[in-house]
Design a protein around this ligand. Structure first.
Ligand SMILES: [Ca+2]
Ligand SMILES: [Ca+2]
Ligand SMILES: [Ca+2]
Length: 366
């Protein structure tokens, strides 16, 4: 069995390195139930445990215009002071990963009421088919936004938009790998979106330049997930683009590298820090729990590999041959486990993760 797992692991990691997502697999992933999908995600993540690329960071400045016009024009004065993200990278984000075929970059702004997102996607053949809201947008080229405001890996939003300005929005109670379920009935109420095509839509007889997207998400639409942000708060957000390279196969490029072929690993979403500083003057403050989270998710993936081989969770770190630079407090039974790391500093905290990748941060009483 272990030999089989090893050879499967090898072939799946090889496959995952191509960072292509077969349509059939995407459908299964959307339903959250594919055995191959689960194994592939498992091994892809295991392969990168020690060499995960850096999680992206962004300073989100306030807009001076409380009523930004959402018309798809992202070159106007409102957006001038918002910095571009770097060009999106391959979803796995290894130094050896291929460069995405087309460049993608994005900007974000905020106001008292609203999170604004702009994106530019280079594209030689802008196309979109689905026109019904909450339709299967993943069957075509799309831009995607993932938002986990409180960074607990549970109860996060996925938004997809195509070049017809069709949207699909849903919440996940937890990631698919943890048996989470999508809730398509969730609506980003009051959201405004617009798309501007630089070229011709659904006409492959010419060469297009790309498409621009402008999105305004009212914080009130996220009230079931989070309070609206205060200055210096950080939310976990990722931005992604799926691009079909043939009829059945899409490739992902992302703002924050996911380190595996799986968008539904919220611990890899980027850090967006809301600031009131004037444009260009803000300072990004690294998350004090970041190293604890990295150590705990390395353990989480080791546990998943252990369970794959043994059909139950490990009950000690020794069972997994797991070592860590940070001292980890571990409690587990074959059915459930939790692990925590104490973060020292002026405000000591205990960061924990459990078998459903639920992250909790508590202040430690002295
Ligand atoms: Ca959450
Ligand atoms: Ca919906
Ligand atoms: Ca065209």
């Amino acid at each position: 069995m272990i030999e089989f797992a090893k050879s499967l692991s090898k072939s799946l990691v090889g496959f995952a390195d191509q960072t292509r997502i077969d349509l059939r697999n995407r459908r299964a992933m959307a339903r959250g139930a594919s055995v191959i999908g689960a194994a592939l995600i498992l091994f892809a993540s295991f392969a990168r445990a020690d060499e995960a690329p850096k999680i992206a960071e962004y300073l989100c400045y306030r807009t001076t215009d409380e009523q930004m016009k959402i018309d798809g024009n992202i070159t106007d004065v409102e957006w001038a002071n918002a910095p571009w993200t770097g060009d999106f990278v391959d979803i796995v984000g290894k130094s050896t990963s291929p460069k995405p075929q087309f460049a993608t970059r994005a900007k974000m702004l905020w106001s008292d009421t609203t999170l604004y997102i702009a994106a530019h996607l280079d594209e030689t053949n802008v196309s979109a088919k689905i026109s019904d809201h909450d339709g299967e947008l993943y069957t075509g080229n799309a831009f995607e936004v993932f938002i986990d405001p409180d960074g607990d890996n549970q109860n996060y939003v996925e938004l997809e938009i195509n070049a017809l300005n069709t949207t699909m929005d849903l919440t996940m109670d937890k990631p698919y790998r943890d048996r989470g379920k999508p809730d398509l009935s969730f609506e980003l109420t009051g959201m405004k979106t617009a798309v501007h095509v630089e070229g011709t839509l659904n006409n492959s007889n010419d060469t297009d330049r790309g498409w621009d997207i402008e999105i305004a998400i009212p914080f009130s639409a996220l009230q079931s997930l989070a309070k609206k942000p205060a200055p210096s708060d950080q939310w976990r957000i990722n931005l992604a683009r799926s691009e079909y390279v043939d009829e059945k196969t899409s490739k992902y490029s992302v703002w924050s590298p996911q380190a595996e072929m799986n968008m539904h690993a919220p611990e890899r979403f980027g850090y967006v820090q809301f600031t009131e500083e004037p444009p260009g003057k803000g300072v990004f403050k690294p998350d004090p729990t970041a190293n604890a989270r990295l150590a705990l998710f390395k353990l989480y993936h080791a546990q998943r590999l252990y369970r794959y081989k043994n059909k139950h969770w490990a009950t000690s770190l020794k069972d997994m041959n797991f070592t860590s630079d940070l001292p980890i407090d571990f409690h587990g039974t074959p059915q459930a486990w939790t692990a925590s790391v104490t973060v020292k500093g002026p405000k000591p905290m205990i960061v924990s993760v459990d078998q459903e990748s639920h992250v909790r941060v508590q202040s430690r009483t002295p």
